[in-house]
Ligand binder design. Structure first.
Ligand SMILES: CC[C@H](C(=O)O)C(=O)SCCNC(=O)CCNC(=O)[C@H](O)C(C)(C)COP(=O)(O)OP(=O)(O)OC[C@H]1O[C@@H](n2cnc3c(N)ncnc32)[C@H](O)[C@@H]1OP(=O)(O)O
Length: 258
C-alpha cells in the first residue's frame, strides 16, 4: 500500500492514513486502497473492531483540492458517489468502527468520522466540516450521518457555519464519544478497545445489526426475533458457559457469604 498502513492485532484491525507529505489528503490512489482494505476486512470473520487513524497533527485533511480545480461538477460526481458508497460500506460493517482522531479532521476527514460508530479524540484534536466555506456541501454522505448522530439542528449548524470545533466541543454535542489527553492517547485507546471488544464476535455482530435497524427506524417489536436469534447463537459459546460456571461456582458463593 502507498497511502495506507494496514495492520491487525488479534481481533482489531487498524487503517493508518499515510500521506503526511500531503496532510493525509484523500486522493484517488487512497480511495482505491481503502476500497481494497475495507473489502478484505469485511471478509475477516475474526475481526471485532476496525480503527481509523492519522498522525498526531492530522487525521485526514479531506478530499484532494487539486481535483476541485481540474474537474467539472459532472466529471467529479462519479468520484464523490464512489467515496459515498465506500463510507456507506464502512458504516455497515458488522464490527465496531472507531475514528481515532489526533490533530485535525477537515472536510471529508469529518465525513469519515461520522461514518464510524464511535469517535475517540485527543484533547487537542479539532473537527471542521469546512465544505460550506468552500462553497460546496458534504459529498460522501457524512453530512446526513452527522445529523443522524448529533441531531438535525446541531448538525445543520455545524454544516452551515463550517466552524472548527475542539474535541471537547465535539464531545459536548455528541460527535466525539471519548476524549483522552494527547500524551496518553494510544494507551487510553488500547484500554478502551479492550473493554469494547470483550463481547464475543456474534454478540458484537448482533448488537451492530440491532443498532443499524434502530437507526433506520425499525421498531423494537420487529427486532426482538433478531435479538433472540443473536443470543441463542452466543449461548453455546465457551465464553458464555465459562462465565455462568464462574458465577455459580461455590468459591464465589463462599466469598459472597463472607
Ligand atoms: C467531501 C470532501 C470535500 C471534497 O473533497 O469535496 C473536502 O474534503 S474538500 C477539502 C477540505 N480540506 C481542506 O480544505 C484542508 C486544506 N488544507 C489545510 O487547511 C492545511 O493544509 C492543513 C491544515 C490540512 C495542514 O496545514 P499544514 O500547514 O500542516 O500543511 P500544508 O498546508 O503546508 O499542507 C501540506 C501539503 O498538503 C497539501 N494539502 C493540504 N490539504 C490539502 C487538500 N485538501 N487537498 C490538496 N492538497 C492539500 C498542501 O497543499 C501542501 O502541499 P505542498 O505541495 O507542500 O504545498
Amino acid at each position: 500500500m502507498n497511502t495506507l498502513i494496514v495492520s491487525q492485532e488479534n481481533e482489531i484491525g487498524y487503517i493508518y492514513f499515510n500521506r503526511p507529505e500531503q496532510a493525509n489528503t484523500i486522493n484517488e490512489e487512497m480511495i482505491e486502497e481503502l476500497e481494497i482494505t475495507i473489502e478484505q476486512f469485511s471478509q475477516n470473520d475474526k475481526l471485532k473492531a476496525l480503527i481509523f487513524r492519522g498522525y498526531r497533527e492530522i487525521f485526514v485533511s479531506g478530499g484532494d483540492l487539486n481535483q476541485h480545480q481540474q474537474m467539472s461538477g459532472n466529471q467529479v460526481y462519479p468520484l464523490l458517489y464512489r467515496v459515498g458508497k465506500l463510507l456507506d460500506q464502512i458504516a455497515k460493517l458488522n464490527v465496531i468502527t472507531i475514528a481515532a482522531v489526533e490533530g485535525k479532521a477537515i472536510g471529508g476527514g469529518c465525513e469519515i468520522v461520522s461514518s464510524c460508530d464511535f469517535c475517540v479524540a485527543s484533547s487537542s484534536a479539532t473537527f471542521q466540516f469546512i465544505q460550506a466555506r468552500l462553497g460546496i456541501t458534504t459529498a460522501w454522505g457524512g453530512g446526513s450521518r452527522l445529523m443522524k448522530k448529533i441531531g438535525t439542528k446541531k448538525g445543520l449548524q455545524l454544516l452551515l457555519t463550517g466552524e472548527q470545533i475542539s474535541s471537547h466541543q465535539g464531545h459536548h454535542i455528541g460527535l466525539v464519544d471519548w476524549v483522552y489527553e494527547d500524551e496518553h492517547f494510544t494507551h487510553s485507546l488500547k484500554k478502551l478497545l479492550k473493554k469494547l471488544t470483550r463481547p464475543s464476535k456474534p454478540a458484537i455482530y448482533t448488537f451492530k445489526k440491532m443498532a443499524q435497524l434502530v437507526e433506520s427506524g425499525v421498531s423494537p417489536s420487529q427486532i426482538y426475533p433478531l435479538e433472540a436469534q443473536g443470543c441463542a447463537e452466543c449461548w453455546d459459546l465457551e465464553k458464555h458457559q465459562k462465565s455462568v460456571n464462574y458465577i455459580l461456582s461455590p468459591l464465589l458463593k463462599q466469598k459472597s457469604n463472607e
